[in-house]
Design a protein around this ligand. Sequence first.
Ligand code: AQP
Length: 356
Amino acid sequence: MTAFEPRVFSGVQPTGNLHLGNYLGAITRFVALQDSYPCIYCVVDMHAITVWQEPEELTNAIRSVAAAFIAAGIDPDKHVIFNQSQVHEHAELAWIFNCVARMGWLNRMTQFKEKAGKDRENASVGLFAYPSLMAADILAYKATHVPVGEDQKQHLELTRDIAQKFNYDFAERIAELGFGDAYFPLTEPIIQGPATRIMSLRDGSKKMSKSDPSDYSRINLTDDRDAISQKIRKAKTDPEPLPSELKGLESRPEAQNLVGIYAALANSTSEQVLTDFGGAPFATFKPALAELAVEMLAPVNAEMRRLLADPGHLDQILAKGADQAAEIAAPVIDGAKDIVGFVTSRRKRTAERSVA
Ligand code: AQP
């Protein structure tokens, strides 16, 4: 089997305020992986426009996600941080993958069904094809590992299906051109820890989401101490005290969610939280959770504000990251074009000119 160099890729959409779900389910995982892998972290602005975005707000949101990456601890000098639209290879590979993926596969995607809702006919084509672009984001770098929240599991499975079909359909060409027996890796999702699916603070059956109309449903990374405390105080719960064992959280989604949030913020486990707080009423647990959330988020919040005060510096980081990303992606996409059978004489002529 072809061996692929380990590499991490993941992305976050600039579609509004980043929240605790994005932070605990994805961004803190990104930070944790940077000592073990070369990492590429992308602000996926092309995904964002699959639903309407106000242009100026989009620009600000792109910088804000980049600031959150850096404020959370990702080092842009050691790893790659960039925004997707600056690296055209994503769009090129996505087109090839649109022609590899099957309508039936995309028709099964639950995120499309949720986001398109009842007005499916009016959803953008981009929203439907979103998973092909996500596969291109990952496979443009032949990434072997992708840290994501639970909600992205199905898209990761589709990425593997696309890689497998491409490898199978073009197996002869891949071998002939000297790429071994597989051109793309079968990427592994990394979905770990107590915070893979943080739920809304208003409804324990709904995912915490940027697009939830109620701001009380989520804790934003930009929320100050008062807002965090107030949202946790008002979070929906039940009247029972916390149980001492995990089993006691079954059928108590809101309690389970708050315990999971505490565990993730404290870098602990839900079991340990119940050992410490079992028998406590929410009147005791909520202030402790609010205190912890403020303590963990305040430095990230302050650093984001500092970074956002200098948008020119953030843009430089994104430009440098885009150059580094393109350097990795360009030969991968060139190889894919050769495999498909495209005539690529213009690219070769340009390469010769730049050497001359
Ligand atoms: N509630 C969540 N719990 C844990 N992880 C989450 N993620 C999102 N929500 C939760 C993870 O965050 C990463 C970036 O997500 P995204 O912004 O690219 O897309 P999303 O999953 O669609 O996030 P939202 O907040 O729900 O945005 P909108 O409302 O715009 O659709 C991903 O790894 C995701 O799993």
